[in-house]
Design a protein around this ligand. Structure first.
Ligand SMILES: *Cc1c(COP(=O)(O)O)cnc(C)c1O
Length: 374
């Protein structure tokens, strides 16, 4: 938690649950990523946290944006981003959204199927397109490879088809999975796509761009490699496989840009022993899986959670709703103070990414998560 966030929580005692986020930390993260990988242009993955103050800050710093819907594109433009700094990176887009983005002047469109390529040709004629390759997500705590991306062979066919539809075959992309805790997946993916660059060049098609996606991790409970480790490994793999002929490089960090800038302040609603023979207390918070903590699904993302500083004992953590899946952590061992009681404040750290944007609308009457940007 940054000093600014701590001071706000101490002085303002905001109603909970709420996210409190330090924008200075986002600016620091942006600069750190630029420094770690100066060869790459940053396209902030808006879905991680689409709040206007974040988009305005990043637009001011010269960041580009990876948007997934026409709503996100409109929000980036409203925040001051030029349309040509936006990539429409979702491989699943409404025809009306493609047409509206094209009208705004958004230049870049992702696809991973012939059907989507045809949609782009129809609704954004002449646009630059890039094909998403499905790559190994080894090391990712939040994998994405099952739903997106195509094979190298299919990508080759689709890139060769693009010009016949009047589109500009601009490049390739991949995503190694979110909260990617190692560099291996990037190295494997770069090796794989580099072969397709070479292969397409031999077929007369020179691609200009490689989009290396997101995935850069933040520290929750365990140490992760730092930005420089990723930057060095990526540049090493790039020069090994592309030599001096580097394509334009894009990265799309989401979590690494905003995750560690925010803290959720919550309140314990009930602390009880549900099962007499279980030494663990059940702690029900005023935020749960539906209030924004969706990434606790499968206990994949294990946030650091603190409350006071007394002697601790084991707990199960659950949310406030009347839904049986609204349990955050039952298998992962969590400990909270033995004197924790209803009404006490509980902090959920490093929750700047993938929390507010996942909060439900009035499920059980609970309002979407309140947000404070400092
Ligand atoms: C979600 C997403 C990102 C951001 O991923 P992080 O792991 O948060 O960095 C980047 N690119 C695409 C296409 C995405 O869907």
């Amino acid at each position: 938690m940054t000093p600014k966030v701590a001071a706000f929580l101490g002085q303002s005692a905001p109603a909970t649950p709420c996210l409190v986020l330090d924008l200075d930390r986002v600016a620091e993260n942006y600069r750190a990523l630029r420094t770690a990988l100066p060869a790459a242009k940053i396209y902030y993955a808006v879905k991680a946290n689409p709040a206007a103050p974040i988009l305005r800050l990043l637009a001011g710093l010269g960041s580009c944006f990876d948007a997934a819907s026409i709503q996100e594109i409109d929000e980036c433009i409203a925040a001051g981003a030029p349309a040509d700094a936006i990539s429409f990176g979702n491989t699943v887009k409404k025809p009306s959204a493609i047409a509206a983005a094209h009208k705004h002047g958004v230049p870049l469109y992702a696809f991973d199927s012939t059907e989507e390529l045809h949609k782009i040709a129809q609704f954004a004629p002449g646009a630059k397109v890039y094909c998403r390759i499905a790559v190994n997500n080894v090391g990712a705590e939040w994998p994405l490879s099952k739903k997106f991306g195509t094979t190298i062979d299919r990508a080759r066919e689709l890139m060769l088809e693009a010009p016949t539809l009047g589109l500009i075959p601009h490049g390739l992309s991949f995503h190694v999975g979110s909260q990617q805790t190692g560099t291996l997946a990037y190295e494997l993916a770069i090796a794989q796509v580099a072969m397709l660059f070479t292969d397409l060049k031999a077929a007369g098609l020179e691609l200009k761009m490689l989009n290396l996606g997101g995935g850069y991790p933040i520290r929750y409970q365990d140490d992760v490699p730092d930005n420089d480790t990723f930057g060095t490994a990526i540049m090493h793999a790039m020069t090994e496989h592309f030599g001096n002929d580097l394509p334009d490089m894009l990265i799309e960090p989401g979590r690494a840009m905003v995750g560690n800038a925010g803290v959720v302040a919550a309140e314990a609603i009930l602390v009880c022993r549900r099962i007499p023979e279980d030494e663990r207390r059940w702690v029900y918070l005023d935020i749960g899986r539906f209030g924004g903590l969706a990434e606790t699904e499968g206990e994949s993302i294990r946030y650091r959670i603190t409350a006071g500083n007394g002697v601790t004992g084991p707990v199960v953590l659950a949310g406030p709703s009347c839904d049986g899946v609204d349990v955050m952590y039952e298998k992962t061992p969590y400990r909270l103070p033995l004197d924790l009681a209803a009404g006490d404040r509980v902090l959920i750290h490093d929750t700047g990414a993938y929390v507010t944007s996942y909060a439900s609308q009035n499920f059980n009457g609970f309002a979407p998560l309140a947000e404070h940007y400092l």
